[in-house]
Design a protein around this ligand. Structure first.
Ligand code: GUN
Length: 285
């Protein structure tokens, strides 16, 4: 039976360290600050945003929330970002995605100062990651890497198969694994014979967002399985992208859903905000 990689426990450990460092930095006169911007009423986004606020409060990070109506214009949003870019109390700016249809997402992400882009979505930070010299790395894939590290998994020479090619998870996690000397295969919805690709994986990272589409018997004996998917089935139940029970029979280690990758995302957001504040303390930005 597979060992369960406990994301909740790993996240709690990292958050404790963040709280300690935040306290020390605050004592030296720099309190890390995060601005969270939410446009509209998307219920899932509202939940995420309130979780981020709570996590900031628990670690001593200052958080400033901007909850804007769904009718907010693109230029109003860009004006707010401009203001936050020059706000001395703010080390990180997060604009919750998705944005309403009338707002151009890439225009908004490009308006955020790369030095405050704690989501790592600005093309400058994407480029820094792609060239192997990251500044800010996106939170969910960064959390995946921390979990692998914490579990003692060395990726050198391993076959990593990523399923899903989003800008938020699939693409950046593939680049991060490449930087750790893995051989990376990036699969997606149009990959021919996905099962055959998955069977090659020493490490499988599933980020497609389709309930249990990766079957347990596709998993190679002894593989490590990281399931980024969070899919609601029925009223209450959450499942990942991988058939968990069947995958447990073959994997050597696996992340559960919930309680796996989920708690790591906000943790890495706090981590990036603290890193940004440390840079501010060490310079006169
Ligand atoms: N929406 C879904 N995931 C994310 C994320 O990591 N950051 C932001 N800003 N929005 C998201």
């Amino acid at each position: 039976m597979a060992r369960i990689i406990d994301g909740k426990a790993i996240a709690a450990e990292i958050r404790k360290e963040i709280a300690k460092e935040t306290e020390a930095l605050t004592a030296q006169g720099t309190t890390p600050g995060l601005a969270v911007v939410l446009v509209g009423e998307d219920p899932a986004s509202r939940v995420y945003v309130s979780m981020k606020e709570k996590a900031c409060a628990e670690t001593g990070i200052f958080s400033d929330e901007y909850k804007l109506s769904a009718e907010t214009s693109e230029s109003e949003l860009l004006k707010l970002i401009d203001k936050l870019n020059s706000d001395k109390r703010i080390d990180g700016i997060l604009v919750q995605l998705p944005l309403p249809d009338h707002i151009d997402e890439s225009k908004v992400l490009e308006a955020i100062s790369p030095a405050k882009d704690v989501d790592g979505f600005h093309p400058y930070n994407v480029g820094r990651l792609a060239t192997g010299n990251p500044l800010f790395q996106p939170c969910t894939p960064y959390g995946v890497m921390k979990m692998l590290e914490n579990t003692g998994i060395d990726l050198t020479g391993k076959e990593v198969v990523v399923v899903g090619r989003s800008n938020i998870v699939g693409k950046p996690v593939a680049l991060m694994c490449l930087a750790q000397h893995a051989t990376v295969t990036l699969c997606h919805s149009r990959t021919a014979d996905l099962a055959e690709k998955v069977r090659q994986a020493d490490v499988l990272i599933a980020a497609v967002g389709r309930a249990e589409m990766i079957k347990g018997d596709w998993i190679k004996q002894g593989a490590v399985v990281i399931d980024v998917g969070v899919n609601r089935v029925g009223e209450k139940k959450l499942v990942g992208d991988v058939e968990f029970a069947a995958a447990c029979e073959r994997a050597s280690a696996i992340t559960p859903v919930p309680g796996g990758v989920g708690p790591m995302t906000i943790t890495m957001l706090l981590y990036n905000t603290l890193e940004s504040a440390k840079r501010r303390a060490g310079s006169s930005r």
